[in-house]
Design a protein around this ligand. Structure first.
Ligand SMILES: [Zn+2]
Length: 182
């Protein structure tokens, strides 16, 4: 009984978080991400984020929501380029580090740069997981697990809604080289 009560409370808290929507006027502040909030460069009020972001991006980035598997834009996306934060535009992941995880979420074995993301312990839903956040705006991206492929053995399981994609422009590079060779 001593174990089930805290689990029940944790589940209840998590459910409350999920139920709060991006259209709400206020969200409770002062949760465990205060340390992150203080360190991020892009500081906006929750009201500003709600105004700027599409509903799903807001739900994921600002309220730590999770999109349903196989519904996002990028789980089956194979173009070459850079995945940026949908909130602030910081480069987060590179298509060279993307792999097929079979989970229905875009998965990467490492961030574009080590400093692009922050990682925090996340004990919601009675599970111990490691949350992944954008280091520039503190937006929630997803979680990282240690069952990924080589060389890192990590699996960054990221919500498509938290990302925007910038395709690598190979044609322009070839043209630029051609001009230089003349
Ligand atoms: Zn960001």
């Amino acid at each position: 009984m001593n174990i089930t009560i805290p689990l029940f409370i944790a589940a209840l808290l998590a459910a409350t978080t999920l139920l709060s929507s991006c259209s709400a006027q206020e969200t409770p502040s002062g949760d465990q991400t205060d340390a992150v909030a203080d360190s991020v460069k892009v500081q906006k009020s929750e009201a500003e984020w709600k105004e700027e972001l599409p509903h799903m991006a807001c739900f994921v980035l600002r309220e730590k929501g999770t999109e349903r598997a196989f519904t996002g834009e990028f789980w089956d996306h194979h173009d070459k380029g850079v995945y940026r934060c949908a909130g602030c535009g910081q480069a987060l992941f590179d298509s060279d580090h993307k792999f097929e995880s079979g989970t229905g979420w875009p998965s990467f074995f490492q961030p574009a740069e080590g400093t692009a993301v922050l990682e925090e312990e996340d004990d919601s839903w009675g599970m111990r997981r490691v949350e992944v956040l954008c280091s520039a705006c503190g937006g929630h991206l997803g979680h990282v697990f240690d069952d990924g492929p080589k060389p890192t053995g990590l699996r960054y399981c990221i919500n498509s809604a938290a990302l925007s994609f910038e395709k690598e422009d190979t044609e322009d590079k070839e043209n630029a080289q051609g001009i230089r060779c003349d």
